[in-house]
Design a protein around this ligand. Structure first.
Ligand code: PLP
Length: 321
Protein backbone atom coordinates (compact mmCIF):
# COMPACT_ATOMS: atom_id res chain seq x y z
CA UNK A 1 0.00 0.00 0.00
CA UNK A 2 1.24 3.48 -0.85
CA UNK A 3 2.59 5.30 2.21
CA UNK A 4 -0.04 7.43 3.89
CA UNK A 5 -2.91 5.83 1.97
CA UNK A 6 -5.77 3.63 3.11
CA UNK A 7 -6.90 2.07 -0.15
CA UNK A 8 -7.56 5.02 -2.48
CA UNK A 9 -7.87 7.51 0.35
CA UNK A 10 -5.55 9.61 2.47
CA UNK A 11 -2.36 11.20 1.16
CA UNK A 12 -0.83 14.62 1.71
CA UNK A 13 -2.65 17.25 -0.36
CA UNK A 14 -1.09 20.30 1.23
CA UNK A 15 0.79 23.42 0.15
CA UNK A 16 4.54 22.89 -0.23
CA UNK A 17 5.13 24.97 2.92
CA UNK A 18 3.34 22.39 5.08
CA UNK A 19 5.50 19.47 3.92
CA UNK A 20 8.42 20.13 6.32
CA UNK A 21 6.38 19.86 9.56
CA UNK A 22 4.50 16.82 8.22
CA UNK A 23 7.78 15.08 7.37
CA UNK A 24 9.17 16.05 10.78
CA UNK A 25 6.10 14.49 12.41
CA UNK A 26 6.40 11.31 10.32
CA UNK A 27 9.98 11.01 11.43
CA UNK A 28 9.05 11.56 15.08
CA UNK A 29 6.49 8.77 14.78
CA UNK A 30 9.21 6.42 13.50
CA UNK A 31 11.81 7.33 16.11
CA UNK A 32 9.75 8.28 19.18
CA UNK A 33 6.16 7.02 19.08
CA UNK A 34 6.93 3.30 18.95
CA UNK A 35 9.79 3.47 21.47
CA UNK A 36 9.46 1.70 24.80
CA UNK A 37 10.03 4.97 26.63
CA UNK A 38 7.19 6.76 24.84
CA UNK A 39 4.80 3.84 25.22
CA UNK A 40 5.55 3.62 28.96
CA UNK A 41 5.16 7.37 29.50
CA UNK A 42 1.92 7.38 27.52
CA UNK A 43 0.48 4.42 29.45
CA UNK A 44 1.30 6.17 32.74
CA UNK A 45 -0.42 9.39 31.61
CA UNK A 46 -3.49 7.46 30.50
CA UNK A 47 -3.65 5.68 33.86
CA UNK A 48 -2.99 8.65 36.15
CA UNK A 49 -4.41 11.61 34.23
CA UNK A 50 -7.22 10.13 32.13
CA UNK A 51 -8.43 7.38 34.45
CA UNK A 52 -7.78 4.40 32.18
CA UNK A 53 -8.72 1.66 31.76
CA UNK A 54 -12.24 3.01 31.22
CA UNK A 55 -15.12 0.81 32.36
CA UNK A 56 -16.99 -1.64 30.15
CA UNK A 57 -20.61 -1.37 31.31
CA UNK A 58 -23.27 -4.01 30.65
CA UNK A 59 -26.73 -2.47 30.13
CA UNK A 60 -29.36 -5.12 30.98
CA UNK A 61 -32.37 -2.76 30.81
CA UNK A 62 -31.66 -1.31 27.36
CA UNK A 63 -30.61 -4.77 26.19
CA UNK A 64 -34.12 -6.06 26.97
CA UNK A 65 -35.70 -3.19 25.04
CA UNK A 66 -33.60 -3.56 21.90
CA UNK A 67 -33.13 -7.33 21.86
CA UNK A 68 -29.32 -7.42 21.82
CA UNK A 69 -26.89 -7.63 24.71
CA UNK A 70 -25.51 -4.09 24.88
CA UNK A 71 -22.16 -3.23 26.46
CA UNK A 72 -20.80 0.32 26.53
CA UNK A 73 -17.11 1.19 26.45
CA UNK A 74 -17.24 4.22 28.73
CA UNK A 75 -15.01 6.83 27.07
CA UNK A 76 -17.41 9.39 28.58
CA UNK A 77 -15.81 8.63 31.96
CA UNK A 78 -12.39 9.87 30.83
CA UNK A 79 -11.08 13.15 32.23
CA UNK A 80 -12.67 15.99 30.16
CA UNK A 81 -15.58 13.72 29.24
CA UNK A 82 -14.71 12.07 25.94
CA UNK A 83 -12.15 9.99 24.05
CA UNK A 84 -10.40 13.14 22.74
CA UNK A 85 -7.97 13.24 25.67
CA UNK A 86 -6.35 9.91 24.61
CA UNK A 87 -5.24 11.60 21.40
CA UNK A 88 -4.33 15.04 22.76
CA UNK A 89 -2.21 13.69 25.62
CA UNK A 90 -0.39 11.35 23.23
CA UNK A 91 0.26 14.14 20.72
CA UNK A 92 1.30 16.56 23.48
CA UNK A 93 3.79 14.01 24.80
CA UNK A 94 5.14 13.44 21.30
CA UNK A 95 5.37 17.21 20.62
CA UNK A 96 7.18 17.78 23.91
CA UNK A 97 9.71 15.10 23.00
CA UNK A 98 10.10 16.78 19.59
CA UNK A 99 11.05 19.99 21.39
CA UNK A 100 7.86 21.95 20.54
CA UNK A 101 6.37 24.30 23.08
CA UNK A 102 3.05 25.31 21.51
CA UNK A 103 0.03 23.12 20.75
CA UNK A 104 -2.16 24.44 17.94
CA UNK A 105 -5.56 22.88 17.33
CA UNK A 106 -9.07 23.29 15.96
CA UNK A 107 -12.35 22.62 17.68
CA UNK A 108 -16.04 22.43 16.73
CA UNK A 109 -18.16 21.64 19.76
CA UNK A 110 -15.20 22.50 21.95
CA UNK A 111 -14.40 18.99 23.21
CA UNK A 112 -11.12 18.73 21.29
CA UNK A 113 -10.20 22.26 22.33
CA UNK A 114 -10.76 21.45 25.99
CA UNK A 115 -8.83 18.17 25.72
CA UNK A 116 -5.92 19.92 23.96
CA UNK A 117 -5.90 22.81 26.44
CA UNK A 118 -5.83 20.24 29.26
CA UNK A 119 -2.91 18.36 27.71
CA UNK A 120 -1.03 21.62 27.10
CA UNK A 121 -1.55 22.74 30.70
CA UNK A 122 -0.30 19.36 31.97
CA UNK A 123 2.80 19.52 29.78
CA UNK A 124 3.45 23.20 30.48
CA UNK A 125 2.92 24.15 26.84
CA UNK A 126 1.09 27.08 25.25
CA UNK A 127 -2.20 26.33 23.53
CA UNK A 128 -3.84 28.10 20.58
CA UNK A 129 -7.34 26.97 19.56
CA UNK A 130 -9.02 27.93 16.27
CA UNK A 131 -12.79 27.84 16.50
CA UNK A 132 -15.50 28.97 14.08
CA UNK A 133 -17.08 32.21 15.32
CA UNK A 134 -20.51 30.56 15.23
CA UNK A 135 -19.22 27.73 17.44
CA UNK A 136 -17.66 30.25 19.85
CA UNK A 137 -21.14 31.76 20.27
CA UNK A 138 -23.02 28.47 20.78
CA UNK A 139 -20.45 26.53 22.84
CA UNK A 140 -19.83 29.08 25.55
CA UNK A 141 -19.19 26.68 28.50
CA UNK A 142 -16.35 24.94 26.62
CA UNK A 143 -14.92 28.31 25.55
CA UNK A 144 -14.78 29.28 29.21
CA UNK A 145 -13.13 25.97 30.15
CA UNK A 146 -10.42 26.47 27.51
CA UNK A 147 -9.78 30.01 28.71
CA UNK A 148 -9.54 28.83 32.32
CA UNK A 149 -6.95 26.29 31.20
CA UNK A 150 -4.92 29.15 29.70
CA UNK A 151 -5.65 28.61 26.01
CA UNK A 152 -5.85 31.41 23.46
CA UNK A 153 -9.03 31.11 21.38
CA UNK A 154 -9.18 32.54 17.88
CA UNK A 155 -12.68 32.98 16.44
CA UNK A 156 -12.70 32.27 12.70
CA UNK A 157 -15.07 34.50 10.70
CA UNK A 158 -14.64 32.97 7.22
CA UNK A 159 -16.98 30.57 5.37
CA UNK A 160 -19.73 29.00 7.48
CA UNK A 161 -17.84 30.12 10.63
CA UNK A 162 -17.67 26.50 11.86
CA UNK A 163 -15.24 23.57 12.18
CA UNK A 164 -14.25 23.28 8.51
CA UNK A 165 -13.18 26.94 8.44
CA UNK A 166 -11.37 26.61 11.77
CA UNK A 167 -9.27 23.74 10.35
CA UNK A 168 -8.39 25.78 7.24
CA UNK A 169 -7.28 28.70 9.39
CA UNK A 170 -5.30 26.51 11.80
CA UNK A 171 -3.46 24.82 8.90
CA UNK A 172 -2.57 28.27 7.56
CA UNK A 173 -1.31 29.35 10.99
CA UNK A 174 0.90 26.22 11.17
CA UNK A 175 2.73 27.32 8.00
CA UNK A 176 4.20 30.33 9.80
CA UNK A 177 4.64 28.80 13.27
CA UNK A 178 5.93 25.29 12.51
CA UNK A 179 9.36 25.70 14.15
CA UNK A 180 7.99 25.80 17.72
CA UNK A 181 4.42 24.55 17.19
CA UNK A 182 2.82 21.14 16.88
CA UNK A 183 -0.58 20.95 15.19
CA UNK A 184 -2.56 18.64 17.49
CA UNK A 185 -5.15 17.46 14.96
CA UNK A 186 -8.28 16.31 16.78
CA UNK A 187 -9.53 13.41 14.70
CA UNK A 188 -8.44 10.61 12.37
CA UNK A 189 -8.48 12.90 9.34
CA UNK A 190 -6.23 15.48 7.70
CA UNK A 191 -2.98 14.87 5.82
CA UNK A 192 -0.75 11.86 6.51
CA UNK A 193 0.50 11.10 9.17
CA UNK A 194 -2.45 12.41 11.24
CA UNK A 195 -4.98 9.63 10.47
CA UNK A 196 -2.33 7.02 11.35
CA UNK A 197 -1.10 8.89 14.43
CA UNK A 198 -4.61 9.42 15.80
CA UNK A 199 -5.48 5.78 15.18
CA UNK A 200 -2.38 4.62 17.05
CA UNK A 201 -3.28 6.82 20.04
CA UNK A 202 -7.00 5.96 20.10
CA UNK A 203 -6.44 2.22 19.58
CA UNK A 204 -6.19 1.92 23.37
CA UNK A 205 -10.03 1.87 23.33
CA UNK A 206 -10.26 -1.45 21.47
CA UNK A 207 -7.16 -2.86 23.12
CA UNK A 208 -8.90 -2.55 26.49
CA UNK A 209 -12.42 -3.36 25.26
CA UNK A 210 -11.41 -6.60 23.53
CA UNK A 211 -9.69 -7.94 26.66
CA UNK A 212 -12.44 -6.71 29.00
CA UNK A 213 -15.11 -8.36 26.87
CA UNK A 214 -13.19 -11.65 26.75
CA UNK A 215 -12.62 -11.56 30.53
CA UNK A 216 -16.27 -10.87 31.29
CA UNK A 217 -18.01 -13.11 28.75
CA UNK A 218 -15.41 -15.62 27.58
CA UNK A 219 -16.02 -14.68 23.95
CA UNK A 220 -15.72 -11.85 21.44
CA UNK A 221 -18.65 -9.51 20.70
CA UNK A 222 -20.71 -10.13 17.56
CA UNK A 223 -20.37 -6.47 16.59
CA UNK A 224 -18.62 -3.27 17.60
CA UNK A 225 -20.45 -0.06 16.78
CA UNK A 226 -19.30 3.56 16.99
CA UNK A 227 -20.45 6.94 15.73
CA UNK A 228 -18.35 8.51 12.95
CA UNK A 229 -17.69 12.24 12.90
CA UNK A 230 -14.06 12.60 11.90
CA UNK A 231 -13.64 8.92 12.72
CA UNK A 232 -11.31 8.84 15.71
CA UNK A 233 -13.44 7.08 18.32
CA UNK A 234 -14.62 4.64 15.65
CA UNK A 235 -11.17 3.67 14.39
CA UNK A 236 -9.97 3.49 18.00
CA UNK A 237 -12.87 1.21 18.92
CA UNK A 238 -12.39 -0.99 15.83
CA UNK A 239 -8.63 -1.32 15.50
CA UNK A 240 -7.89 -4.37 17.66
CA UNK A 241 -10.97 -6.17 16.30
CA UNK A 242 -10.01 -5.78 12.62
CA UNK A 243 -8.36 -9.23 12.56
CA UNK A 244 -11.39 -10.91 14.15
CA UNK A 245 -13.43 -12.24 11.22
CA UNK A 246 -16.48 -12.94 13.37
CA UNK A 247 -16.78 -9.37 14.67
CA UNK A 248 -18.83 -6.95 12.55
CA UNK A 249 -17.50 -3.40 12.69
CA UNK A 250 -20.28 -0.85 12.24
CA UNK A 251 -19.62 2.87 11.82
CA UNK A 252 -22.71 5.05 12.15
CA UNK A 253 -22.96 8.45 10.47
CA UNK A 254 -25.48 11.24 11.04
CA UNK A 255 -27.64 11.01 7.90
CA UNK A 256 -30.55 13.25 8.92
CA UNK A 257 -33.72 12.21 7.11
CA UNK A 258 -31.55 10.80 4.30
CA UNK A 259 -33.64 12.62 1.65
CA UNK A 260 -31.78 14.15 -1.31
CA UNK A 261 -30.77 17.72 -0.53
CA UNK A 262 -31.30 17.29 3.19
CA UNK A 263 -28.39 18.60 5.20
CA UNK A 264 -26.59 15.70 6.78
CA UNK A 265 -23.22 14.76 8.11
CA UNK A 266 -22.76 11.39 6.40
CA UNK A 267 -19.95 11.86 3.83
CA UNK A 268 -18.92 8.17 3.77
CA UNK A 269 -22.41 7.15 2.71
CA UNK A 270 -23.73 10.21 0.88
CA UNK A 271 -20.54 12.00 -0.26
CA UNK A 272 -18.24 11.70 -3.28
CA UNK A 273 -14.46 11.58 -3.76
CA UNK A 274 -12.58 14.82 -3.24
CA UNK A 275 -9.82 16.61 -1.33
CA UNK A 276 -10.21 18.65 1.82
CA UNK A 277 -7.92 19.45 4.73
CA UNK A 278 -4.95 17.75 3.11
CA UNK A 279 -6.51 14.35 2.41
CA UNK A 280 -8.41 12.56 -0.33
CA UNK A 281 -11.63 11.28 1.18
CA UNK A 282 -15.43 11.23 0.80
CA UNK A 283 -16.89 14.72 0.95
CA UNK A 284 -20.25 16.44 1.02
CA UNK A 285 -19.83 18.65 -2.04
CA UNK A 286 -21.62 20.05 -5.07
CA UNK A 287 -20.90 18.70 -8.56
CA UNK A 288 -18.55 21.68 -8.94
CA UNK A 289 -16.60 20.60 -5.85
CA UNK A 290 -17.89 23.29 -3.48
CA UNK A 291 -18.06 21.94 0.06
CA UNK A 292 -21.64 21.68 1.30
CA UNK A 293 -22.43 22.68 4.86
CA UNK A 294 -22.90 19.59 7.01
CA UNK A 295 -25.53 19.37 9.68
CA UNK A 296 -26.11 17.21 12.71
CA UNK A 297 -27.88 17.94 15.99
CA UNK A 298 -24.80 16.33 17.58
CA UNK A 299 -22.21 19.12 17.22
CA UNK A 300 -19.33 16.63 17.53
CA UNK A 301 -20.45 14.91 14.30
CA UNK A 302 -20.89 18.08 12.25
CA UNK A 303 -18.09 17.73 9.66
CA UNK A 304 -18.45 17.55 5.83
CA UNK A 305 -15.54 15.09 5.48
CA UNK A 306 -14.45 12.04 7.40
CA UNK A 307 -11.64 9.59 8.04
CA UNK A 308 -9.89 8.59 4.77
CA UNK A 309 -11.66 5.27 4.65
CA UNK A 310 -10.24 1.87 3.79
CA UNK A 311 -12.28 -0.91 2.22
CA UNK A 312 -12.36 -2.48 5.72
CA UNK A 313 -13.64 0.76 7.16
CA UNK A 314 -16.18 1.14 4.34
CA UNK A 315 -17.49 -2.34 4.93
CA UNK A 316 -17.84 -1.35 8.55
CA UNK A 317 -19.63 1.89 7.74
CA UNK A 318 -23.05 0.93 6.36
CA UNK A 319 -23.83 0.19 2.70
CA UNK A 320 -21.45 1.44 0.02
CA UNK A 321 -22.82 4.02 -2.38
C1 PLP B 1 -15.45 14.60 19.00
C2 PLP B 1 -16.51 13.69 19.34
C3 PLP B 1 -17.10 12.84 18.38
C4 PLP B 1 -16.75 12.85 16.92
O1 PLP B 1 -15.39 12.70 16.64
P1 PLP B 1 -14.73 11.35 16.11
O2 PLP B 1 -13.36 11.76 15.68
O3 PLP B 1 -15.56 10.81 14.98
O4 PLP B 1 -14.69 10.39 17.25
C5 PLP B 1 -18.10 11.99 18.80
N1 PLP B 1 -18.50 11.92 20.08
C6 PLP B 1 -17.93 12.73 21.03
C7 PLP B 1 -18.42 12.60 22.45
C8 PLP B 1 -16.92 13.62 20.71
O5 PLP B 1 -16.37 14.39 21.66
Amino acid sequence: MKKGYFGDFGGQFVPELLMPPLLELEQAMDTILYSKEFQNDFATLLRDNVGRPSALTHCPNVSKDIGVELWLKREDLNHTGAHKINNTLGQALLAKKMGKDVLLTETGAGMNGVATATAAAMMDMECVVYMGAKDVERQEPNVRRMETLGAEIIAVESGTRTLKDAINAALRRWISTQSNTHYCFGTAAGPHPFPLLVRELQAVISKEARQQFLDRTGRLPDAVSACVGGGSNAIGAFHHFVGDESVRLVGVEAAGSGEPGCHNSAPLNLGSDGCLHGMKTKLLQTEQGQILPSHSIAPGLDYPASVPSTPTFRAAGAPST
